[in-house]
Design a protein around this ligand. Structure first.
Ligand code: FAD
Ligand code: NAD
Length: 460
């Protein structure tokens, strides 16, 4: 298997896995002059997830929130290599990773290729995948909302349902089923998706599908007694009431037990003693019940002592974000099991912290190598003698869009805001957080286009 044919032999190799929030923040911070940096990810772009729900209905176009990773790494002082591949294995003993070319590449090169890349330092920033809790039928019939292709698929399916429901002579029950949109999970992803869908129906589809649009029903199913567990109870209540006004049915204390092709089986925890099971027909079901670890994360954890790696959520790390039980492997973002929520805010701060830490390490390694030691010995020495401060998270608040140009904000110091002004704050905050001027311009253009012409309803 080929090894990494890249870089200056007097500098340590840093492999960064993933091109999401955590990895991009690290790359923004790190001084690459002291490193041979390689990023490996199956995605050659960064995805701005907070605006992903807007792409499911065409408020924003997909490419407006994607930023090619080379646009980011291209600005570093020393070049950063990017490999588009899945990392399938990490060997902490030999300090190598195994990467596999993506399925799409196979059409161009006939056979699967894999390669082994060595590292001196490894940063795992592979995020998480959708949790299904082993509930039957979720993988087969539900739609997730985490990646760009998920948003594209949901957008297509919504239009499929409307066009099919408009077919002459369809039984009214079938029309009702097709136009029943179910969202499972009342966390911020589920809430924001339901809100965007409701906007799309009321602002656009009612006009273009006058015969059937009034039959649309949106139902949000949440297992807990309230939605938005991570927000203050006043904002939970505000959101539930707002949804009620906007005809989004919120079924709390109701857990999905099975997803079938056209109906979902739920268990309603009634206020009385008896629990009731119902079958609810649907046209599209979006599954947003939180995160589970990726196979790569679980595989690495299984290779390490169980007493150190015993968290279902991901890799257990120490104060410096080092994966416990390993040498010089760090984990940041959603793949790390920390006391913090799985948010872009946490991932960004962890990436920034590690970028600064590794900049210092790189400089120190360079000094030790200058005294005649090998890169490997220098890395070990620097690691052993490190006295850097640990990672500390600063919570800056949470925001969520709840539809009809309203948003909620749960800010530090018990400041709770909701309504139209909060929506403007939500928009300006995320607009200013987009990485490049190109993305900011595209997003502003899409928002203006929506106001002037409405959302596009053509099927691709
Ligand atoms: P990700 O950003 O998911 O990146 C993981 C990267 O690893 C990706 O590039 C992926 O392709 C890559 N990868 C996957 N498998 C492999 C592999 N085997 N080998 C190599 N690379 C791999 N948080 C907020 O703070 N505010 C919000 O408003 C907000 N809104 C959200 C809206 C939605 C719809 C979603 C889904 C999430 C939202 N979040 C928000 C949460 C936030 O997106 C995550 O916490 C954040 O993406 C975590 O960053 P990460 O770098 O750990 O993972
Ligand atoms: P979540 O973990 O925040 O919420 C999932 C919800 O699904 C929970 O309320 C849970 O009770 C419910 N659930 C679980 N199993 C169920 C079942 N079988 N039937 C019905 N309901 C069930 O998940 P999320 O919304 O996908 O968010 C994932 C992470 O991303 C979180 O850390 C979140 O804070 C973050 N995020 C933040 C924002 C924002 O800040 N605006 C937006 C999206 C995501």
């Amino acid at each position: 298997k080929p090894s990494l044919p890249f870089g200056d032999p007097t500098k340590p190799h840093l492999l960064v896995l993933g091109s999401g929030w955590a990895s991009m923040s690290l790359l923004n911070q790190i001084d690459t002059r002291h490193w041979n940096v390689t990023v490996v990810s199956p995605r050659n772009y960064f995805l701005f997830t907070p605006l992903l729900p807007s792409c499911t209905v065409g408020t924003l176009e997909l490419r407006s929130i994607m930023c090619p990773i080379r646009f980011i790494t291209g600005h570093k002082k020393r070049s950063v290599k990017f490999v588009e591949a899945d990392v399938v294995d990490i060997d902490p003993q030999s300090r190598h990773i195994t990467v596999k070319s993506r399925q799409e590449s196979l059409e161009l090169i006939d056979k699967a290729t894999d390669a082994s890349l060595p590292y001196d330092y490894l940063v795992v920033g592979v995020g998480a995948q959708n949790a299904t809790f082993g509930i039957p039928g979720v993988g087969e019939h539900a739609n997730f909302l985490k990646e760009i292709w998920h948003a594209k698929r949901i957008r297509e399916k919504v239009m499929d349902c409307f066009e099919t429901a408009s077919f002459p002579g369809l039984h009214p029950n079938e029309v009702d089923r097709l136009l029943h949109f179910i969202v499972v999970g009342g966390g911020p992803t589920g809430i924001e998706y339901a809100a965007e869908l409701r906007d799309f129906v009321e602002e656009d589809l009612v006009k273009w599908f006058p015969d059937v649009a009034k039959r649309v029903k949106i139902t949000l199913i949440e297992a807990a007694p309230n939605v938005l567990a991570s927000f203050d109870s006043s904002l939970q209540l505000y959101t539930e009431k707002h949804f009620q006004r906007e005809n989004i049915v919120v079924r709390t204390s109701t857990a999905v037990r099975e997803v079938k092709e056209r109906e979902v089986i739920v268990l309603e925890k009634s206020k009385r003693v008896v629990e009731e099971t119902h079958a609810i027909p649907y046209g599209i079901l979006v599954w947003a019940t939180g995160n589970g670890p990726r196979p790569l994360t679980s595989k690495l954890a299984q290779k390490l002592p169980h007493e150190l790696q015993n968290q279902k959520r991901g890799l257990v790390v120490d104060d410096h974000l080092r994966v416990k039980g390993t040498d010089r492997i760090f984990a940041i973002g959603d793949c790390a099991a920390t006391p913090y929520a799985a948010t872009a805010q946490v991932a960004t701060q962890q990436g920034g912290y590690l970028g600064r830490l590794l900049s210092k390490y790189g400089k120190e390694v360079e000094n030790v190598v200058g005294c005649g030691k090998s890169v490997r010995d220098a890395c070990e020495e620097v690691d052993r003698n490190s006295q850097e401060k640990g990672f500390a998270y600063t919570h800056r608040g949470s925001l969520a869009y709840i539809g009809t140009d309203r948003a909620i904000a749960d800010l530090p110091g018990n400041a709770r805001l909701a309504g139209f002004a909060t929506f403007l704050f939500w928009r300006s905050f995320y607009l200013s957080s987009l990485f490049t001027l190109r993305n900011k311009s595209l997003v502003m253009f899409d928002w203006t286009k929506k106001i002037l012409f409405g959302r596009d309803i053509a099927r691709e």
